[in-house]
Design a protein around this ligand. Structure first.
Ligand code: NAD
Length: 327
């Protein structure tokens, strides 16, 4: 099959490209490199079955030839980006996803939309199921722009499935981690690993008692083609991730012990780290019942392994050239 991956030069996108190539598909990666990097896909270049197009998904996507599947991952993905650049975040959601859905329609392709656990908002629940209500903060606070942008993507995708019969799957990623993820954008594990490797203070935001579930990217990308390849999954939303929680303070200790680091661990108030009034969710854990029933998903890579692999990759290939999103 010929498969398009938008956001293909990003963290999850580059792993997905690899996975699809391993399965014998031809892959086109499309990315505007705003947070991604061609370093992530440099090892794939030169292959006859792989190509890269530098393009912004908010512009018309012109692609010659057939396309069987589209994995639409292009979007700013970190709190640092969406707090600083809400316009780009909202634009890539509504406009970019509309363009990607248009291409899927034109080519008769199935499309998977990368959504996020942020869509659940600040509901007091701790375990989230796909049909749960969503609860957002005020529109005057850009913290919720990413969640709303992704929610619009979901509405759009599901509307295209219902009204136009498009084969659409929505994947709500929970925290996804692994090699090639960078700490600069506020992602917690790469940030901790970078600090531990450099012997710097590991900064834990808030009281450190908040918990998250982390799934290795190599487990996540195994499941995405299965979801899109199964017609029974079309027109549906799936949580994708791990469902074993860990408190963030415990995670800091795990990073330090796994890497044999002597870094000090220090609590930093949210206001200092992410600005006044940042709404953090205490706990966020996916209900994976639907995913398990659909494709039998079981994560296989332990968190310690992910930490070690990320550290090894960072030690080998630090990337000082990464740019932040331009306003
Ligand atoms: P990433 O920043 O590494 O990848 C996103 C890619 O999209 C980057 O390569 C970026 O350059 C590209 N991009 C952004 N705007 C674009 C545009 N307008 N046109 C073309 N390309 C554009 O982040 P990631 O972690 O790989 O995230 C991939 C997807 O998964 C995103 O949609 C994100 O919202 C979603 N997601 C990720 C996580 C996670 O834990 N990493 C969690 C929930 C959801």
């Amino acid at each position: 099959m010929r498969i398009l991956v938008t956001g293909g030069a990003g963290f999850i996108g580059s792993h997905l490209c690899e996975r699809l190539l391993e399965s014998g598909h031809t892959v086109v990666a499309l990315d505007n490199l705003i947070t991604g990097s061609t370093d992530n896909i440099a090892h794939l270049s030169g292959r006859g079955d792989f190509s890269f197009i530098r393009h912004d998904v908010t512009e018309y996507i012109y692609l010659q030839g057939t396309v069987d599947f589209i994995f639409h991952l292009a979007s700013p993905a970190s709190p640092v980006d969406y707090l600083a650049y809400p316009i780009q975040t909202l634009k890539v959601g509504a406009l970019g996803t509309h363009k990607a859905l248009g291409l899927a329609r034109e080519k008769g392709a199935g499309i998977l939309l990368a959504s996020t656990s942020e869509v659940y908002g600040k509901s007091p629940k701790t375990v989230f199921s796909e049909e749960d209500d969503v609860v957002y903060g005020p529109t005057t606070y850009s913290r919720w722009s990413y969640a709303c942008s992704k929610a619009i993507d979901e509405y759009l995708g599901l509307a295209y499935a219902r009204q136009r019969g498009l084969s659409v799957v929505v994947a709500r990623f929970f925290n996804t981690v692994g090699p090639r993820q960078v700490g600069r954008y506020g992602m917690v594990i790469p940030r901790f690993v970078e600090s531990a490797l450099a012997g710097r203070v590991i900064e834990v935001h808030g009281d450190g008692r908040q918990s998250r579930c982390f799934c290795d990217v190599r487990d996540v990308v195994q499941v995405l083609p299965k979801l899109l390849g199964d017609p029974a999954c079309h027109g549906r939303v799936f949580n994708v991730g791990h469902d074993e929680p860990i408190e963030i303070m415990e995670l800091a200790h795990l990073v330090r012990s796994t890497l044999g680091s002597a870094s000090e661990i220090r609590l930093v108030p949210y206001a200092e780290a992410l600005g006044e009034g940042f709404d953090d969710l205490r706990h966020r854990r996916p209900d994976l019942t639907r995913l398990r029933q659909a494709v039998g998903f079981r994560p296989t890579i332990a968190l310690e392994q992910t930490i070690r692999d990320l550290a090894q990759e960072m030690g080998r290939a630090p990337d000082p050239t990464r740019k932040a999103v331009a306003p």
